[in-house]
Every structure is written in structure tokens, then in C-alpha cells.
Design a protein around this ligand. Structure first.
Ligand SMILES: C[S@@+](CC[C@H](N)C(=O)[O-])C[C@H]1O[C@@H](n2cnc3c(N)ncnc32)[C@H](O)[C@@H]1O
Length: 227
């Protein structure tokens, strides 16, 4: 993937060092008929500039349909298997309608505004709409440490993502009565330099803690008696 990134000139390798991680996570899915969404086409307000990473995904995944969205109108960048749409990543109604029309997506990459509150709100909108199994990647997390980008301690994108880590072990929480959405649907969170990749799947593995196992059995027994 790094070679493909260099051919198309995306900064996913060189300025940043993401492609080696994507290669590890995505190579097994390379030949699949995937639907991929990337937020942030590139080129900012220059109407005819951008699309490097969309071309990289298209080349790397030869059977995938790629959708790119950007705050600016870059629809003329669309080509075979690449659809470019204008959409502000904070417009959750439009994101949902794009998912409805072009998804559900197997892979979502957020390489958009990188403003901390945007990153969090977009994740909260799109992660539930992502297919399971699926991957959600967030790039350029260096802005989590930049106050002018909303990287305020306690409210940053990294703080938010770190708070999701406990979801992986929700079955071990004796106080928890019923697992929440992220508890049930996140099976892996991988952090790299400025990059986070979350894997969606069914996190339904039970605890091996004897006390929690006994409580689970008792709940099942009561359920069975009440039927
Ligand atoms: C870093 S560039 C994307 C680069 C591209 N993904 C690549 O690797 O070649 C970020 C893009 O996000 C877009 N962007 C900024 N704010 C946005 C927002 N609120 N919603 C959607 N796109 C936004 C910018 O216009 C810019 O084109």
C-alpha cells in the first residue's frame, strides 16, 4: 500500500506513516467487494485538486466502491468506482443519508477537518452505521494536543477514544447491568502515532470471573423460569 500511496501522492505515507498500519489491517480484505468512505478528499478549496487517497484506495481495493466527501465541491474528481460528494462532516443528517444511499460502509476513514469536536461527533454518527465487521480509522490525532483545534485536556479526540477502551472489557464490570452500544460493538482499538483504528464486531465474550459467571447463570435461570 505504501508504494501505491507514493504513486498517487497522498500524505498517508511520507508526511504521515499510516499505510504500513492500513496494510496490516486491510490486506486480508483486499479482494472483497467493499464499500469505503473517506472524509476529506484533499486540496481544500481548490475545486480541481485532491483525490490522491481515493485513487490509492481504488487501486489497492480493485473491487471496492469508494466514496469521498469534502466540505468543498470536488464532485468533478469522481471517476470509475470513485464517487465524490460535497458534505460537511458535521452534517449528521447528510452523513446518514450518504450511508443509506452508498453504504453501509465496510471501512470509514476520517481525514477531514481534524477538529476534535468534529472527529468525535462524526464518529458518534457514523460508527453505528458502519458494517460489522468493519473498520473505522481516525487520522491526524496530533490535533488532540493542539488547543486551537479543540485539543483541550479532558475533551480531546484522544481522551474520547481512550474512554472507549474500557468498552472492550465491559463483561468484567460488576456494576454493569446491560452493556451499551460501544460495549457490544467494539472488538479492537489500536493506537499508532497520530492514528487510531477501531474494529467493529460483536463483543459478546463472557467474563471468566467466577462471581460474574454465577450471576450470569442465575439471570439465565430466572429468565427461563419466567417464560
Ligand atoms: C488532509 S485533507 C485530505 C487528504 C486526503 N484524504 C488524502 O490523503 O489525499 C483534508 C480535507 O478535509 C476537508 N475538510 C475540512 N473540513 C471539513 C469538514 N468539516 N467536512 C468535510 N471535509 C472537510 C478539506 O477541505 C480537505 O480537502
Amino acid at each position: 500500500m505504501t508504494a501505491v500511496a507514493s504513486v498517487y501522492g497522498t500524505d498517508k505515507w511520507g508526511t504521515h506513516f499510516y499505510t504500513k498500519h492500513y496494510q496490516r489491517y486491510f490486506s486480508a480484505w483486499r479482494k472483497r467487494n467493499l464499500r469505503i468512505l473517506e472524509i476529506g478528499v484533499g486540496g481544500y478549496s481548490a475545486f480541481d485538486s485532491g483525490g490522491a487517497s481515493l485513487r490509492m484506495w481504488s487501486r489497492y481495493f480493485p473491487h471496492a466502491q469508494i466514496v469521498g466527501i469534502d466540505l468543498y465541491d470536488k464532485t468533478q474528481i469522481s471517476e470509475s468506482r470513485i464517487t465524490v460528494l460535497q458534505c460537511d462532516q458535521t452534517d449528521t443528517a447528510k452523513l446518514a443519508s450518504i450511508s443509506e444511499r452508498y453504504g453501509p460502509f465496510d471501512i470509514i476513514i476520517d481525514d477531514g477537518s481534524h477538529l476534535n469536536q468534529h472527529v468525535i461527533a462524526t464518529f458518534q454518527c457514523l460508527f453505528p452505521l458502519l458494517k460489522s465487521p468493519g473498520f473505522y480509522a481516525i487520522e491526524d490525532l496530533q490535533t488532540a494536543y493542539w488547543p486551537s483545534w479543540g485539543g483541550v485536556p479532558g475533551q480531546s479526540s484522544m481522551d474520547y477514544l481512550k474512554s472507549l477502551v474500557d468498552c472492550l472489557n465491559h463483561a468484567e464490570n460488576p456494576a454493569q447491568q446491560s452493556p451499551a452500544y460501544y460495549d457490544q460493538n467494539i472488538v479492537e482499538i489500536a493506537f499508532f502515532h497520530n492514528l487510531c483504528i477501531l474494529a467493529k464486531g460483536s463483543n459478546d465474550e463472557p467474563s471468566n470471573c467466577p462471581e460474574l459467571v454465577a450471576r450470569e447463570r442465575e439471570a439465565l435461570r430466572k429468565n427461563a423460569l419466567s417464560v
